[in-house]
Design a protein around this ligand. Structure first.
Ligand code: IPM
Ligand code: MG
Length: 370
């Protein structure tokens, strides 16, 4: 039978490739054992692409990404690229994918796994039952705004500058994603900016409120300044359902939210574009964690965030809810059985390698599907 879904897999740098090897086993498991079939292409991104081709992503790989039903991404970056010119840095591969595929809505869930409550640096009772979703705008704001640069002033000193900009339509479309998600969840959106000091924040708040009034008055909307939101996330994170914010605040708040769960190694993300006429939307899935060069190549990284990103892919790109749940349940069951990578190690648990974590997941999938 011809494969019915096309995937582009971009393992990237650092722990990306070794984590992706385990995820690939699960992709193949679904390909063989479930109704869905995949046509998988792999490509280079980040430092790996730079080393091979002198650019963090080639035009050919961009074309593959455009053509694929979904992109599964590992991680990029490493200290050896710190001195590369900005345009050629590994991160630019990821930013170009987001920008050129117009993937404006970055969904970053933070939810606690009961088996890992003790891994959080917060008290278990503070994070118990946590299930929030950060919707981070990901093609605009200070990441892409111009003018930007470092110039030399008349007095000889240098001045660095960036531009934070948001248009109404950029704000509306990401807020729409947040409201739609809230309707499927607990019906609450917190919109985050710093309207107290930023003009773009004033506009953000106005546009979100207008959209709310026009089309989403059934959703409970609140506004919060970004600094307060950071504080509230560690004080009482369960007050949130969906948080929507700009590119930079969303970047920061999602790292903070990730740590609430005990490990950055557990959190997946999805970055979505707008649906086209046929309802198909471009999408990229990636773990929230980075390339972790300090542990790369040691077979000790946690593959679960990338694996859970594949679960999001099944759900958001292909509507395969049952298959997505299979992955998520396998993760829960394996954690419950006391199998842990180093980052989520707990007293009495068994510390395993990346590969053995992959083995455990595949075995659990076999068991569930039996
Ligand atoms: C993220 C990362 C990226 C970002 C980097 C690698 C450019 O921190 O995905 O959160 O800042 O968006
Ligand atoms: Mg980040």
């Amino acid at each position: 039978m011809a494969a019915n879904k096309s995937l582009l897999i971009l393992p990237g740098d650092g722990i990306g490739p070794e984590v992706m090897v385990q995820v690939r086993r699960v992709v193949d498991w679904f390909d063989q054992r479930r109704e869905v079939t995949f046509e998988v292409k792999e490509g280079l991104v980040g430092g790996a692409a730079y080393d091979a081709h002198g650019t963090p992503i080639t035009d050919e790989t961009m074309e593959d990404a455009m053509a694929a039903d979904a992109v599964l991404f590992g991680s990029v970056g490493g200290p050896q690229y710190d001195d590369a010119p900005r345009d050629l840095r590994p991160e630019m591969g990821l930013l170009r994918l987001r920008k050129d595929l117009d993937l404006f809505a970055n969904l970053r869930p933070a939810l606690t796994f009961d088996a890992l409550l003790d891994a959080s640096s917060l008290k278990p009772e503070v994070v118990e039952g946590l299930d929030l979703m950060i919707v981070r705008e990901s093609t605009g704001g200070v990441y892409f705004g111009t003018p930007r640069g470092i110039e030399t002033l008349e007095d000889g000193q240098r001045r660095g500058f960036d531009t934070q900009t948001y248009t109404e339509s950029e704000i509306r479309r990401v807020a729409g994603v947040a409201f739609d998600l809230a309707r499927q969840r607990r019906g609450k959106v917190t919109s985050v900016e710093k309207a107290n000091v930023m003009e773009s924040g004033v506009l953000w708040r106005q546009v979100v409120s207008e959209l709310h009034e026009e089309s989403y008055s059934d959703v409970d909307l609140g506004h919060m300044y970004a600094d307060n939101c950071a504080m509230q996330l560690v004080r009482e994170p369960t007050q949130f359902d969906v948080i929507v914010s700009d590119n930079l605040f969303g970047d920061i708040l999602s790292d903070c939210a990730a740590m609430l769960t005990g490990s950055l190694g557990m959190l997946p993300s999805a970055t979505l574009g707008a649906p086209d006429e046929s309802g198909r939307r471009r999408a990229l899935y990636e773990p929230v964690h980075g390339s972790a060069p300090d542990i790369a190549g040691k077979d000790m990284a946690n593959p679960l965030a990338c694996l859970l990103s594949f679960a999001m892919l099944l759900r958001y790109s292909f509507d395969l809810e049952e298959d997505a749940s299979l992955v998520e349940n396998a993760v829960q069951a394996v954690l419950k059985s006391g199998v842990r990578t180093s980052d989520i190690m707990a007293p009495g648990a068994a510390r395993v390698s990346t590969t053995v974590m992959g083995d455990s997941i595949v075995r659990e999938l076999d068991k569930q599907a039996a």
